[in-house]
Design a protein around this ligand. Structure first.
Ligand SMILES: C[S@@+](CC[C@H](N)C(=O)[O-])C[C@H]1O[C@@H](n2cnc3c(N)ncnc32)[C@H](O)[C@@H]1O
Length: 207
């Protein structure tokens, strides 16, 4: 998929579908919050949600008092939806419209969180750009939390093909300098009550 097509796909999704019409809606982001807790962040920790879209994770992070939260997504419409929902609290968050595979960050982060964005990167060059970027921005001792469809999860999401992972294949894809701290499955229930098997991993940056 070309860069333009990728952006256009996601802008169309977020401008034409309501929150309840996308399979990935999660009213309570408890699985991600539990894993972020494992990283033991302080309220000053810099946390980035990669491909955060219109997810409600940011609402919970702001409500918990985290003061350095960033949400990055390729879709401006997704971020506008999240901002509208947050209202006045949106100004407490840094919003970045970017393709993570082309992003040149100017800051570092303590926690990198990604629920259901990495698995769309089916081109090895895109995955390599993602990993390079992640390793540039995550501080030594920082944490990387990635949720993808599991090996027995769906083969497509939003009409697009995805790659599916277990902890070993994800660790291999991310390469050295990361220690696997935790991996767990999660059964996501879509708004129309179908089950999707996810796999979440937490890594600690060691070098
Ligand atoms: C399945 S949705 C998940 C959204 C959100 N993480 C959640 O849990 O609700 C995938 C998200 O990744 C974003 N995305 C896809 N490819 C991306 C890329 N290359 N760079 C940044 N965001 C991307 C999409 O716009 C979309 O918001």
């Amino acid at each position: 998929m070309s860069d333009a097509n990728r952006k256009s796909h996601w802008e169309t999704v977020y401008t034409t579908k309501g929150e309840n019409e996308v399979s990935w809606l999660q009213e309570n982001p408890a699985p991600s919050l539990e894993l972020i807790d494992l990283a033991r962040p302080t309220l000053e920790s810099a946390i980035v949600d990669i491909g955060g879209g219109a997810s409600r994770l940011v609402d919970s992070l702001v409500a918990r008092g985290f003061g350095r939260v960033t949400v990055l997504d390729i879709s401006e419409a997704a971020l506008e939806a999240a901002k509208a929902r947050l209202g006045g609290r949106a100004s407490q968050v840094q919003w970045i419209v970017a393709d993570v595979t082309k992003w040149y960050p100017t800051q570092t982060f303590d926690v990198w969180h990604d629920r259901a964005a990495f698995h769309f990167l089916i081109d090895p060059a895109d995955r390599s750009a993602y990993v390079k970027c992640m390793k540039q921005v995550i501080k030594p001792g920082g944490h990387v939390i990635i949720g993808t469809f599991a090996i027995d999860g769906p083969e497509k999401c939003s009409g697009l093909p995805v790659d599916r992972y277990d902890a070993a294949s994800l660790a291999k894809e991310l390469g050295g300098g990361l220690e696997l701290m935790e991996s767990r499955g999660h059964d996501h229930s879509t708004p129309w009550n179908s089950a999707q098997r996810f796999q979440f991993c937490v890594f600690r940056r060691t070098a």
